[in-house]
Design a protein around this ligand. Structure first.
Ligand code: ADP
Ligand code: GN1
Ligand code: MG
Length: 358
């Protein structure tokens, strides 16, 4: 708390602090809610082990949020844009004595986030929010953004890292993950399809969010989506990264940490609701090939995140925050079970993309 006070003091907008408490359930940053007499804020330590170029990342966020703020001016919309505050040094972050990076955001008042979707309305509104994000940024010059994590969703890069980790077996865990390793290899070829279409020029690079988890969109008490948050990974990407990663969490009947795999499956109603919301914003923006590959992107992104959890398990838990030694393996199993469920529902998922589905 003493250290946090020293950090908070560097942001002139904050006055008369009442409480500072840990907040949210993200896997990457350290997040605190700062309550003051007049307003609330979010204070975050940016994980600079994960994000090597915090200056570039901050530049991306400022450019993108300024652009959205300009687009929203004078327009009636339920969506708000995050605000990042300057510190005394004129930057949008401060460094502490240990070299950590801290930033301050407005706390989106009257908001909540879900780790699990509770009804179709949340799925529909979430789809609309992430679709809105792609649409509102569709005129933004993509090449002015840096890659905050290079090759973040590049399947070739992820498979390469995974195979190196299997080979190295740095902490002797390969023997515990035989089934999961086989699961990955069995599907490795088909998972390259979207990347190949991108390389052929049939799928364009856009400004995408790249971490469209259910808890990265905030809802109000009426379950209207009001803000897209966690903008660290906003950079050039394919629309499939956003659609697919969102389906991964919006449609899972269980949480990411579920140990009972019989509870893990895709909720097809939530899938259809999310897709309908997403397409209501993006139908006119996306090309035919992009739309065609949306259902498959859910399988791809669920597979990629499972692959990353598994790789981190094999590496000895060096990337994600974990609570116990086998945590990343549990998470990988959940994702792979979900991929299987998506494979079972794939025809329905494709039909769910037809406009005017029931
Ligand atoms: P991480 O990268 O660790 O996931 P996030 O930026 O997503 O970090 O923040 C973690 C959680 O904190 C979010 O899921 C959300 O619940 C909450 N949160 C983050 N920013 C805000 C904000 N500006 N207003 C309200 N809640 C927020
Ligand atoms: C991380 O930061 P958070 O918790 O919203 C991760 C995502 C994963 C997700 C899995 C920068 O998201 O890529 O999909 O965990 N973010 C980063 O839950 O690696
Ligand atoms: Mg988050």
């Amino acid at each position: 708390m003493k250290n946090l006070s020293a950090v908070i003091e560097k942001f002139p907008v904050v006055k008369n602090v009442k409480t500072v408490s840990p907040f949210g359930s993200g896997h990457i940053n350290d997040t605190y809610k700062v309550e003051t007499q007049d307003a609330d804020f979010i204070l975050q330590r940016i994980n600079h082990n994960v994000f090597k170029n915090v200056e570039g990342l901050t530049g991306n966020i400022v450019k993108v949020t300024d652009y959205i703020a300009r687009k929203l001016k004078g327009v009636s919309s339920k969506m708000q844009v995050l605000q990042t505050y300057k510190s005394v040094n004129g930057n949008y972050f401060v460094n502490d004595e240990k070299g950590n990076y801290w930033r301050l955001l407005n706390f989106v008042e009257g908001s909540k986030s879900y780790d699990l979707v509770e009804n179709s309305k949340v799925a529909y509104k979430g789809g609309k929010a992430y679709g809105w994000f792609v649409r509102i940024l569709s005129g933004f010059p993509v090449d002015t953004l840096v890659d905050t994590i290079p090759d973040f969703h590049n399947i070739d890069f992820r498979l390469d890292n995974f195979r190196k980790s299997v080979k190295a077996d740095a902490v002797g865990r390969v023997k515990e993950a035989g089934d999961e390793i086989a699961f990955v290899e069995k599907r490795a070829g088909e998972m390259r399809e979207i990347l190949l279409k991108g390389k052929e020029g049939k799928i364009p690079l856009r400004v995408t969010h790249n971490d469209t988890k259910v808890n990265n969109v905030l809802f109000n008490d009426d379950n209207e989506a009001i803000c897209v948050i966690d903008l660290d990974t906003v950079m050039p990407g394919y629309v499939h990264y956003d659609f697919g990663d969102a389906i991964r969490t919006f449609t899972n009947n269980a949480g990411e940490d579920e140990k009972d795999l019989s509870k893990v499956s895709m909720n097809i109603e939530y899938y259809k609701a999310f897709a309908e919301g997403f397409l209501s914003e993006t139908n006119d923006v996306l090309n035919e090939t992009e739309i065609k590959y949306l259902p498959f992107s859910a399988r791809l992104m669920t597979y990629i995140i499972g692959l990353r959890f598994l790789t981190d398990f094999l590496d000895g838990d060096i990337y994600y925050k974990t609570k116990y030694p086998g945590h990343n393996l549990v998470r990988a199993r959940v994702q792979f079970r979900l991929v299987e469920s998506m494979e079972d529902h794939f025809e329905e998922m494709e039909q769910g993309m037809d406009p005017g589905h029931p």
